[in-house]
Design a protein around this ligand. Structure first.
Ligand SMILES: NC(=O)C1=CN([C@@H]2O[C@H](COP(=O)(O)OP(=O)(O)OC[C@H]3O[C@@H](n4cnc5c(N)ncnc54)[C@H](OP(=O)(O)O)[C@@H]3O)[C@@H](O)[C@H]2O)C=CC1
Ligand SMILES: O=C1O[C@H](COP(=O)(O)O)[C@@H](O)[C@H](O)[C@H]1O
Length: 517
């Protein structure tokens, strides 16, 4: 069967394999996503899910783990025993060491039984919730263990991080591509599954308010913030090698930037959209010298601090982190997109752990009207803002100037807010639900194509190289603060400042809002 996109509203019949089924990602994200899809009738009845990992586990124990995961992390809770059993019976567990090809032959026999039981025509989706070093081995052994010899489609879903730099990503890609074609590969960036990231296209291209203004003539700067309150938690060993640059910037931050900056695609088709995104990444100015990197990028690491009265340790004291580590837990940059649309418009990005709030927001700051307008003579006009709230609040916020009621011409900024999460709940459906559903239907739109990924690494590698040469620019910031002090200077040098996130200023004063908050 060909690997064509299936537009139907429910998933085609398939066996889903979760490699890494005993791991954290499966427990916190994948099982809950599968249950939500089931509850919404999107999986139908003809499906099977096989958990694969090394440790011995019976299918009954596996279903107990599944139940615990749904109870803790899923937005739906099991209703009654019969309903739960009807779902859980689709799950089974297969213990296998990724490197052992014999194990795949046993898996094949198990899968064929499931396909016969549920009348599934050989469609197989392999989700690799595994360390990336194992991707190549799994791909090879799926082929050598004859797991790809059916008449149905075969798709591979892979998690980030995809490589450590461009050369390692290319090697990884080669290993996978010996077995799977590009159109069979779905590289996850869960930010692309978020409601408001997908909404960027609609906000931009379906509004006469914004579309004509979306360029250097009308936009002064763009600010993308991805702030987290958490530290590295128990992922110190992974994070210490990755840092914010590889963990967040190479993927989520650049993906949001491309959605904001891309040209309208000729069709709303996965390949057309991804073509436009690649063009943006190729237009982002590369910082090749140490001086360019120092002038445009700030990296920081959290030191001891406090958050809401709680004492927090510094990064170097975290579990599995080297006491001399120079890994950045904070990144901020002035990025430039050197094309006709964006020439000269700074895109300021910042992301960090142990910041004061959990918030992902994109602020579009518009250029001001000419200052000689009569009423603006003796008043400082604030710029118009469009704020796209991505996470955890979801919505759109517009700030405009209006006359203050009264006899004179005093101008005040007012806000118009569409708070989506207040109305329909946060992140509904969750990113992983959308992405699993898209992958099983063969829709690549919100997955990263290889050339996108390659272009992103080519932007990141020179920054990492400059940092390796000179770690002297690492700035420490107290946990619970907004990062190194210098991060404000990045904008003030250009005559701008960061807009507060979550609609709050530093003293937690809410902005004017028509929702009455
Ligand atoms: N956790 C998260 O929130 C996120 C994770 N990711 C990525 O997802 C992937 C998985 O992460 P996570 O779940 O946290 O990792 P964990 O360490 O929690 O789980 C790893 C899984 O891999 C299995 N495994 C490891 N080696 C083998 C092997 N040789 N043969 C068979 N199974 C093996 C483990 O099974 P067992 O121990 O039973 O052998 C376990 O199920 C990683 O690439 C990570 O970067 C990406 C975004 C977020
Ligand atoms: O991919 C990752 O993302 C999370 C943040 O995701 P969010 O959806 O909660 O905003 C981050 O904590 C983690 O370090 C990173 O690997």
């Amino acid at each position: 069967m060909s690997d064509i996109k299936n537009e139907s509203v429910s998933a085609p019949e398939a066996v889903y394999f979760i490699f890494g089924a005993t791991g954290d990602l499966a427990r916190r994200k994948l099982f809950p996503a599968l249950y939500s899809l089931y509850r919404e009738g999107k999986l139908g009845d003809r499906f099977a899910i096989v958990g694969v990992a090394r440790r011995p586990r019976t299918s009954v124990q596996f279903r107990d783990d599944l139940y615990a995961s749904i109870q803790e992390f899923c937005r739906y809770k099991p209703k009654e025993e019969a309903e739960w059993n009807a779902f859980a019976e689709h799950f089974s567990y297969h213990s296998l060491d990724i490197g052992n090809v014999e194990g795949y032959r046993e898996l094949k026999a198990h899968t064929e039984e499931l396909e016969a039981k549920y009348d599934i025509p050989g469609n197989r989706l392999f989700y690799l919730a595994l360390a990336p070093e194992l991707f190549g081995t799994v791909s090879r052994n799926l082929r050598d263990g004859q797991m790809l010899e059916t008449r149905g489609w075969h798709r591979l879903v892979i998690e980030k991080p995809f490589g450590y730099d461009y050369p390692s990503a290319e090697r990884l890609n080669e290993e996978i591509r010996h077995v799977f074609r590009e159109e069979q590969v779905f590289r996850i960036d869960h930010y692309l599954g978020k409601e408001m990231v997908q909404n960027i296209e609609v906000i931009r291209f379906a509004n006469a308010f914004f579309e004509p203004l979306w360029n250097k003539d009308h936009i002064a700067n763009v600010q993308i913030t991805l702030a987290e309150t958490v530290g590295v938690e128990e992922r110190g060993a992974y994070y210490n090698k990755s840092g914010a640059l590889r963990d967040m910037v190479q993927n989520h931050m650049l993906q949001m930037l491309t959605m904001i900056a891309m040209e309208p695609p000729s069709r709303l088709d996965a390949e057309d959209i991804r073509d436009e995104k690649v063009k943006v990444l190729r237009s982002v100015r590369k910082y090749m010298s140490g001086e360019d990197v120092r002038n445009n990028i700030i990296r920081g690491q959290y030191a001891q601090g406090t958050h809401r009265g709680k004492e927090l340790k510094g990064y170097r004291e975290e579990e599995s982190v080297d006491a001399q580590s120079v890994t950045e837990t904070f990144f901020s940059a002035r990025l430039l997109v050197d094309n006709f649309r964006w020439a000269g418009v700074p895109f300021y990005v910042r992301t960090g752990k142990r910041l004061p709030v959990k918030s992902t927001e994109i602020v579009i700051e518009f250029k001001n009207v000419p200052k000689n307008v009569l009423f603006a003579r003796d008043q400082e006009l604030l710029p118009n803002l469009l704020v796209i709230r991505v996470n955890p609040m979801e919505g759109i916020y517009i700030k405009i100037n209006a006359k203050k009621p009264g006899n004179d011409m005093t101008i005040q900024p007012v806000a118009m807010e569409y708070c989506q999460s207040c109305q329909i709940g946060i992140n509904t459906p969750e990113a992983y639900e959308r992405l699993i559903f898209d992958a099983v239907r063969g829709d690549h739109t919100y997955f990263t194509r290889w050339d996108e990924l390659a272009a992103a690494w080519k932007l990141i590698d020179p920054i990492a190289a400059a940092w390796r040469e000179d770690s002297g620019d690492l700035q420490f910031y107290p946990a619970g603060s907004w990062g190194p002090e210098k991060v404000d200077q990045l904008l003030s040098d250009d005559g701008f400042h960061w807009w507060p996130v979550n609609g709050q200023d530093e003293d937690n004063v809410l902005w004017v809002s028509n929702t009455g908050k």
